[in-house]
Design a protein around this ligand. Structure first.
Ligand code: GTQ
Length: 376
């Protein structure tokens, strides 16, 4: 910054100017140019990994000493150190790991942020969304779009652990104030509407799969509007179908950065499953050497199978293995390496790319081994 020599009179006047500006809620651009223009001064999400081996014992302890009734969410939230004091993973995404003991349940509620679940461990867990009881197995994606009533439970014999992921920080930053609503009413038989803590299941078992489970085929005689009408009317994406799809794609040339990758879509529009976030899976076969990439979007990953590391610029590395969850924030050069010589690496990936794309902020670049950078 150019510094101009001022006579002492002007110096005094400037001090008064600074003071007066501050008092009026004004900031002098010239004085704080560094802070305004330099991203290094901003509090931003950091690349970070949460290890299952550390997290699981803490959740197990909580399952013993924290009663479900205390908050109806027995969850450890992923708090990115760059975003403290908020417990956010990125400036757009919030997530946590929830533990449900056999027989436990959480009351029905709804909120403006769109939510998702992704089971990490245990069978018998379920989420009821808009009248559909979605049974959840490891690797399944369950959606709870903006405004849909939902409640959870575990009918199984073992504890269930799943990852919750919501666009809550985005909703909060847009002043779509984070409102948890618990006033759920159902019409009693021939009587008044009564407040309920669970919703009646009104849809046939595995509704989402029955209606949309065969790709490219859409029933024309049923309504595709569900809940508030935001996001996909298909609420369950089964892991076994995802694996089948990935296996069929092995014969094609993989993406140089993301490997063999698929995105879950709204089957009625082809769009991302919720308006704000994209959900998908990247598969890296053994020995695959991806190119580096960076995006203005941020991505949260969960290691559904395999192990490896994320390499970033300046020698920063995140090592991870099965069930670990990690974040690659916007603008970071990175690539994922499968370090297992004999097994595929499968990464579940959630990104705010649809939001950036809709707003005209999305930029993606690839950097090849020779250093050449191209737009994607
Ligand atoms: O379990 O439905 O961490 O609605 C935040 C909001 C969990 C849930 C969260 C939610 C839930």
């Amino acid at each position: 910054m150019a510094s101009v020599q001022l006579d002492s009179n002007k110096q005094l006047e400037r001090e008064t100017l600074t003071k007066s500006s501050k008092q009026l809620g004004l900031t002098e651009y010239w004085a704080e140019r560094e802070i305004i223009e330099n991203p290094a001064y901003r509090s931003i999400a950091q690349p970070f990994v949460w290890h299952w081996r550390d997290m699981q014992p803490l959740l197990a302890k909580a399952s013993d000493i924290v009663p479900m009734e205390e908050a109806y969410r027995r969850a450890l939230l992923f708090a990115n150190p760059g975003l403290a004091p908020k417990a956010w993973m990125t400036t757009t995404m919030y997530g946590g790991c929830s533990w449900y003991n056999p027989g436990e349940s959480a009351e029905v509620h709804r909120h403006p942020p769109s939510a998702s679940r992704f089971v990490l461990s245990g069978d018998g867990g379920w989420t009821a969304v808009d009248g559909e009881k979605c049974m959840m197995s490891r690797g399944d994606l369950i959606l709870t779009p903006n405004g849909s009533w939902h409640n959870h439970g575990n009918d199984g014999k073992e504890p269930v652990i799943w990852m919750d992921l919501l666009d809550l920080p985005l909703a909060e930053n847009l002043n779509n104030s984070w409102v948890m609503e618990y006033d759920y009413y159902e019409q009693e038989e021939g009587g008044e509407a009564a407040k309920r803590s669970t919703q009646t299941i009104t849809r046939t078992e595995d509704y989402s799969q029955k209606i949309y489970g065969i790709g490219g085929v859409k029933p024309t005689f049923l309504s595709h509007k569900r809940a508030a009408g935001y996001g996909s009317p298909m609420y369950v994406y089964r892991w076994k179908h995802t694996v089948e799809a990935l296996n069929r794609l092995r014969e094609f040339l993989a993406d140089p950065c993301d490997g063999i990758s698929v995105e879950f879509i709204d089957p009625t529009t082809g769009d991302s499953v919720v308006p704000t976030l994209s959900f998908g899976v990247h598969m890296f076969e053994p020995g695959f050497e991806p190119d580096f990439q960076r995006k203005t979007a941020s991505t949260v990953y969960c290691v559904i199978q395999g192990k490896g590391r994320t390499e970033m610029d300046n020698g920063k590395v995140l090592d991870w293995e099965e069930n670990d969850i990690f974040v690659v924030p916007s603008s970071t050069w990175y690539r994922h390496i499968n370090t297992d010589p004999s097994n595929d690496l499968m990464l579940y990936a959630v990104s705010d790319e649809p939001t950036l794309k809709k707003l005209g902020f999305l930029r993606r670049q690839r950097r090849q081994a020779d250093g050449n950078v191209t737009e994607r």
